[in-house]
Design a binder for this molecule. Structure first.
Ligand SMILES: Nc1nc2c(ncn2[C@@H]2O[C@H](COP(=O)(O)OP(=O)(O)OP(=O)(O)O)[C@@H](O)[C@H]2O)c(=O)[nH]1
Ligand SMILES: [Zn+2]
Length: 190
């Protein structure tokens, strides 16, 4: 990420607001903002989740029916307004041939797909795609519940609403009872 450019752009924005970029409270703001974007858009630099951590696959003798990780908090930025959207992601997968992944890798994948400018729909589908690529499970289920600051602090200004998105593949798509079991676990828990 081009830190110099971000520093210059932030200074220009402060000037465009009609504010004084040299006043005490704002003097170091361009540097802070540049560092902040490097952090919250870290996936633009990493490009692939494997650049941040390994995604070792483990083998277990008895394959569980499904693995569920509930309500993983996430923060992202909408690409339309560069304002935050945030909430929780619940993820489940059905292992194939005893293949499982370290549990912490699922929140790490959530961070990877959300640390760039995006849309809630893409957080949802990219998470499914990455888990499928890394583990090749028999099915993946993802439900995202999020609040969008671009709908709360500006524009339509409707506060406190959750937007839900979901994506189901493989066994979750083919077997309605499995999908229902997952939904029963995450329902009403935004
Ligand atoms: N589908 C989807 N839309 C989003 C997401 N985040 C923001 N948006 C919407 O993106 C749209 C951008 O629409 P535009 O008409 O170009 O922007 P705008 O004039 O600022 O729209 P308003 O928000 O209605 O004032 C808005 O309707 C936002 O609510 C998201 O994650 N998914
Ligand atoms: Zn927006």
């Amino acid at each position: 990420m081009d830190q110099e450019k971000l520093i210059k752009a932030t200074k220009m924005m402060i000037e465009a607001f009609g504010e004084d970029p040299d006043r005490e409270g704002l003097r170091e703001t361009p540097e802070r903002v540049a560092k902040m974007y490097a952090e919250i858009f870290s996936s633009l630099d990493a490009k692939r989740p494997e650049a941040v951590t390994n995604y070792k696959v483990f083998h277990v003798a008895d394959t569980p029916e499904m693995v569920v990780v509930q309500e993983i908090p996430f923060y992202s930025m909408c690409e339309h307004h560069l304002l935050p959207f945030f909430g929780t992601v619940s993820v489940a997968y059905v292992p194939k041939n005893g293949r499982v992944i370290g549990l912490s890798k699922i929140p790490r994948l959530v961070d990877f797909v959300s640390h760039k400018p995006g849309m809630q729909e893409r957080v949802t589908t990219e998470l499914v795609q990455e888990l499928t690529r890394l583990l090749d499970p028999a099915g993946v289920a993802v439900v995202v519940a999020a609040r969008h600051m671009c709908m709360e602090m500006r524009g339509v200004t409707k506060a406190g609403q959750f937007t839900y998105t979901s994506h189901f593949t493989g066994a979750f798509f083919d077997q309605p009872n499995l999908k229902q079991e997952f939904l029963d676990q995450v329902r009403g828990r935004p």
